[in-house]
Design a protein around this ligand. Structure first.
Ligand SMILES: Nc1nc2c(c(=O)[nH]1)N[C@H]1C(S)=C(S)[C@@H](COP(=O)(O)O)O[C@H]1N2
Ligand SMILES: [Mo]
Length: 509
């Protein structure tokens, strides 16, 4: 394990000189994420929520430790075999690093250097163990151990590995200093079409309810990136090309922002969100209308004879998301967004440019760290999640959620505000109803609508009586369709069913 520490430390330092994605832990983690079956990934998201990435890294460290112990035990018997196992793990890391998006041969170097360091340290440690006993020392045990020399070697190795690892992470931050500066220096241009102010009555101000606009720092994050890509806005380029693109475009950020910017409030949600789950957020986005840009490139939607029905967005980290061209061009405010709640996009949410399409789940529309838009067909190409058993098309399903009271809450009898949010982006929410213990549905009061593309808050005053009670909610969308009670899981195209929960009302204060 000491040799493994040395290998990882050196690899981190080397990765700083190559790129953060080339670190063996990150590369192996990324490769595992890409190869994990959808069902396992769903389970991990359910169990660990957004800590899933941390759990994955800890799992890899645990596995690595087991192999390191094995290599150590092997090495004291057959040194070359132990060294080969240690070095072999470096090769495995290198293979993983080379398989990552945008990898060049240099991505193999940190893992190879780490493997070599681990093998080398293993050699030093084992030969230190075998060094002849100082003359006159008492005999005993199968090994003649020079404890002092061995201890010094161990301490020096651990200190050097920790130093190298920390220095690596530090230098890694340095290498993204340009990106950080480009974001700090980025001033959002004013919108040509500002969003109207959020209606005063959109936020019902019920304690415990999700705020109408989700602050960026609280906005859910779902992606496969183990290190958040830090893109330098000054070197960022977007390429638009593919089938039926009469005039392919390559734009830098300044050119993109030379177009009129619109501001629009859109609720984004994830197909992995279980009924009642947390993966939905509402923000004020600022960006260029995607349909205008596509038209500029000569793209026609299928309904006007265009040959491409799928728009494949690709990110700098190799993610691909496929969106129906027809949806993007049907008049809704599908955006290439640069601003989120009045700020440049946070790095975690896609700086400098991401897509947002009202009415579609994020996995088929909301590409972060965007760098390419390619027009093709659904028949010809499956994007990342589609290759992993998710549906090719992902319109948002009508959902409603009880934010307060919380499940399992213990309440005092009397008036209780049952409240939450409901969403059916681009169709809008027309009604929300609540019922207790499977009884009659009661209409909740809705917060003012801020267009059809955002969620709506709702509240229902409940006269709570002592005992255990089940609260349940359902919404009706702007087309009059009532949210189905039928429970389905998130795979392949989003969960359905009513959010229900049990609370206990105490016998009085
Ligand atoms: N590059 C990239 N973009 C991505 C993803 C990703 O993994 N990589 N995940 C998508 C999914 S599944 C969702 S739900 C949204 C989430 O956006 P957020 O993290 O800003 O909330 O981003 C989408 N865009
Ligand atoms: Mo998602």
């Amino acid at each position: 394990m000491i040799a493994a520490c040395a290998g990882l430390g050196l690899a981190e330092l080397a990765a700083a000189a190559v790129r953060p994605e080339a670190s063996p832990l990150t590369a192996v983690g990324g490769a595992v994420v890409d190869r994990t079956a959808a069902a396992v990934k769903e389970w991990a998201i359910r169990q660990f929520g957004t800590a899933d990435k941390l759990v994955l890294t800890l799992g890899i460290v645990a596995l690595l430790s087991a192999v390191a112990i094995g290599a150590g035990l092997l090495a004291v018997r057959r040194l070359p075999a132990g060294m080969a196992l240690a070095g072999g793990f470096g090769v495995l890391g290198a293979v993983a690093a080379l398989s990552r998006p945008e990898a060049t041969w240099r991505d193999a170097l940190p893992s190879l250097a780490g493997g070599a360091a681990a093998a080398g340290v293993l050699y030093l440690l084992v030969t230190a163990l075998r060094r002849p006993r100082p003359a006159g020392a008492p005999a005993g045990g199968a090994w003649a151990v020079d404890r002092r020399g061995f201890g010094r070697l161990v301490a020096a190795t651990l200190a050097a590995s920790a130093g190298a690892g920390l220095a690596g992470r530090r230098l890694g931050a340095y290498s993204s200093a340009g990106a950080t500066a480009s974001r700090t220096g980025f001033r959002l241009p004013p919108p040509a079409v500002p969003a109207p102010p959020v209606p005063a009555g959109a936020d019902l101000r019920v304690p415990g309810i999700s705020p109408f606009l989700t602050p960026n720092r609280n906005f859910y994050r779902v992606d496969t990136a183990l290190v958040v890509p830090r893109v330098d806005a000054d070197t960022w380029r977007l390429r638009i090309h593919g089938e039926g693109v009469a005039k392919p475009l390559t734009l830098d950020l300044r050119e993109l922002l030379a177009r009129p910017l619109v501001e629009h409030d859109i609720t984004l949600c994830c197909v992995s969100n279980e009924v009642g789950g947390p993966y939905a957020g509402n923000a004020r986005w600022l960006g260029v209308r995607l349909a205008d840009l596509l038209r500029e490139a000569g793209v026609r939607p299928p309904s006007q004879g265009g040959p491409a029905d799928q728009l494949v967005a690709r990110s700098v980290d190799g993610m691909t998301l496929g969106t129906p061209v027809e949806t993007v061009m049907d008049g809704r405010d599908a955006l290439l967004a640069v601003g989120m709640n009045g700020e440049p996009l946070p790095f975690a949410h896609g700086f400098p440019v991401r897509m947002v399409v009202p009415g579609l789940y994020g996995y088929v529309s909301a590409c972060k760290w965007l760098r390419e838009l390619r027009l093709t067909t659904f028949a010809a190409y499956d994007a990342y999640w589609v290759r992993r058993s998710w549906a090719a098309r992902g319109p948002v399903k009508t959902q409603s959620r009880i934010d307060t009271p919380r499940a399992g809450a213990v309440l005092v009898p009397g008036r209780v505000a049952v409240a939450g949010v409901a969403w059916a982006q681009h169709r809008g929410i027309a009604r929300v109803e609540v019922r207790v213990d499977g009884g009659a549905w009661h209409e909740a009061r809705l917060g003012d609508a801020d267009g059809a593309d955002t969620w709506r808050q709702w509240v229902w005053p409940w006269e709570a009586t002592a005992g255990r009670h089940t609260l349940e909610v359902r919404a009706t969308d702007g087309t009059g369709a009532v949210q189905t009670a039928e429970r389905t899981g998130t795979l392949p195209d989003g969960a359905t069913g009513h959010h229900a929960m049990t609370v206990r009302v105490g016998p009085g204060p």
